[in-house]
Design a protein around this ligand. Structure first.
Ligand code: ADP
Length: 159
């Protein structure tokens, strides 16, 4: 049987405790998990792609079956190039559903061989989003519960 490889794509700007929890749980379910970091053109970036790649790789370096990469092609093409059969997304709330449903439908159309699977967050991380972390930080709020220390330090240096 072929290795089960899952891609977890996102902008991870910044990576949060919610993302990390989901990635670690996924690494126990699949032979390999590839965290695919995108340059999201619709959102104004806080950390650049090299910073996001470096910090995410460092945070996950102890887990053997996790790879961290960036990509700027179509997601299904990136998945195919990595021999991944699965796209993994997180579903936090009903508000995520409509966009995720659309995205998975489009990706299914583009490549029917790649399946999108959803994981829900651990309860304590259900309300964390990168965009709110950026907003709280910009207003001087405490983000220490939402992101690892190294991410907090880097974000504060960016300010
Ligand atoms: P994108 O810019 O593609 O939405 P994000 O970096 O915001 O990417 O998120 C990547 C994926 O992680 C998405 O599927 C998103 O729903 C999911 N996600 C974001 N925050 C959390 C969280 N706290 N718990 C679980 N999944 C999450």
């Amino acid at each position: 049987m072929s290795k089960k490889i899952a891609i977890y794509p996102g902008s991870f700007d910044p990576i949060t405790n919610g993302h990390l929890d989901l990635i670690k749980r996924a690494s126990q379910l699949f032979d390999e998990v590839i965290v695919g970091i995108t340059q999201n053109s619709k959102k104004s970036a806080c950390l650049n792609i090299d910073q996001r790649l470096a910090i995410t790789s460092t945070l996950l370096r102890d887990i053997d079956n996790i790879k961290v990469m960036s990509f700027n092609t179509l997601l299904v093409d990136f998945a195919k190039a990595q021999n991944a059969q699965i796209i993994l997304r997180g579903l936090r709330a009903v508000s995520d559903f409509e966009y995720e449903f659309q995205l998975s439908g489009m990706n299914k159309h583009l490549n029917p061989e790649i399946e999108t699977l959803f994981m829900t967050p651990a309860e304590q991380y259900a309300n964390i989003s990168s965009s709110l972390v950026r907003e709280i930080l910009s207003l001087g709020g405490d983000i220490s519960h939402f992101v690892p220390n190294s991410v907090e330090t880097l974000l504060k240096q960016q300010l």
